[in-house]
Design a protein around this ligand. Structure first.
Ligand code: SF4
Length: 292
C-alpha cells in the first residue's frame, strides 16, 4: 500500500488525506472535487502505478513533439468548419464559396505556422499541409455543417469532475455523429470504448441528446473508423464504476503492456528494474477514499 486511506465524505465537500513533502504526518484536507480527464481514466485502466505517479504524485509528463502539430491541425480544422457553420446560418450569398475552399483551410493552418509564440518547424508545416490537402480532397463538396465545434464539457461523478472537449459533432440523417481527429496513430485502431463513453456522456451533458455514432478521423492516413454509440445510461454506469475503482485503489501496482513503450516513468517502475529510482520526495500525494 502506498498511502493510507482518506476519510468519509461530507455534503458537497470531500475529505482526503494529503501528504506533503518533508512532513512526517499526513493532514486531512477538505476539497471540493478531484479533476479527471479521459486520459487520466485511460491511464488508470492501463497501469495503476503510472496513474499514481502522474495524477496522485503529480510527476510531469515529457512534452510530445507531435503536440504542437496536433494543436495547429485541430485549430485549422476548427476555424474552417466554423466558417462553414457561419455560412450555413447566414445568407450564403454574402459568403462566396471561398469559405469551403482549400485555400481557406490552408490559410488557417499557415496562421499557426506564422505564430511566433508557438511556431511549427518547416517539416511539421509541410506535413500538416499535406494532411489537410488530403482531408479537403476526401470531403470535397460534401463538408457537413457541424452541430457543435470544439465543445468543452464537464461531468460530475461523485467527488470527481471529468473535463473534456469534443472536436466536432455532425447532425446527420442517421443521428448525431461525434468526430474525433487523430494525429498520433499511424495505423488504424478501433475507437476506444472508454473514450466513446466519455464523449457520449459529455455530449449528453451539453445537449440532453444522445449520439448515434463516434468516428475517429485519422489525419495521417485519411481514413475513418466509425462505431455505434451506446446509450448514455450504460456509458454512465461504466464510467462511474471506473471512478469508483480509482477511488478504492490502494496498491497502485504496475501493469505492463504495449503502453509501457510510451511511459515517461519507466525509471521509477519496479516492473522495469529491480532497483527503480525512488519517487521524488518533492511531489506530494493525495489519497482518495470517498463514499459515493
Ligand atoms: S513502465 Fe509500464 S508498468 Fe511501469 S509504470 Fe510505466 S506503464 Fe506501468
Amino acid at each position: 500500500m502506498l498511502e493510507r486511506r482518506g476519510r468519509e465524505s461530507v455534503t458537497r465537500k470531500w475529505l482526503c488525506t494529503h501528504y506533503r513533502a518533508g512532513k512526517q504526518k499526513p493532514v486531512v484536507v477538505e476539497i471540493d472535487t478531484v479533476k479527471l480527464s479521459y486520459t487520466a481514466l485511460k491511464t488508470f485502466q492501463q497501469c495503476n502505478f503510472r496513474y499514481h505517479l502522474r495524477y496522485n504524485r503529480g510527476l510531469p509528463s515529457r512534452p510530445r513533439p507531435a503536440a504542437q502539430s496536433s494543436r495547429a491541425l485541430h485549430g485549422a480544422l476548427h476555424l474552417f468548419h466554423q466558417g462553414l457553420q457561419q455560412q450555413h446560418v447566414q445568407d450564403t450569398a454574402l459568403f462566396p464559396p471561398a469559405a469551403n475552399s482549400l485555400d481557406t483551410l490552408l490559410a488557417h493552418f499557415k496562421g499557426y505556422y506564422d505564430n511566433p509564440l508557438r511556431p511549427l518547424t518547416e517539416e511539421q508545416y509541410q506535413e500538416g499541409r499535406a494532411l489537410l490537402m488530403r482531408y479537403w480532397e476526401a470531403h470535397r463538396g460534401q463538408f457537413p455543417t457541424p452541430y457543435l465545434l470544439e465543445e468543452k464539457f464537464t461531468l460530475h461523478v461523485g467527488p470527481f469532475v471529468l473535463n473534456g472537449r469534443i472536436d466536432r459533432v455532425d447532425d446527420t440523417p442517421d443521428g448525431f455523429e461525434i468526430i474525433d481527429y487523430k494525429l498520433a496513430q499511424r495505423s488504424i485502431i478501433p475507437p476506444d470504448p472508454l473514450q466513446l463513453d466519455v464523449y457520449q456522456l459529455g455530449f449528453h451533458a451539453q445537449t440532453g441528446e444522445a449520439a448515434k455514432k463516434l468516428s475517429f478521423y485519422y489525419l495521417r492516413t485519411g481514413q475513418t473508423e466509425t462505431v455505434e454509440a451506446d446509450e448514455p445510461a450504460a456509458a454512465q454506469s461504466r464510467v462511474r464504476t471506473l471512478c469508483r475503482d480509482i477511488n478504492r485503489e490502494q496498491e497502485f501496482r504496475p501493469q505492463e503492456g504495449a503502453w509501457c513503450t510510451s511511459c515517461d516513468f519507466r525509471e521509477f517502475c519496479p516492473a522495469q528494474s529491480r532497483t527503480p529510482r525512488p519517487i521524488p520526495a518533492k511531489n506530494h500525494a493525495t489519497q482518495l477514499g470517498f463514499d459515493f
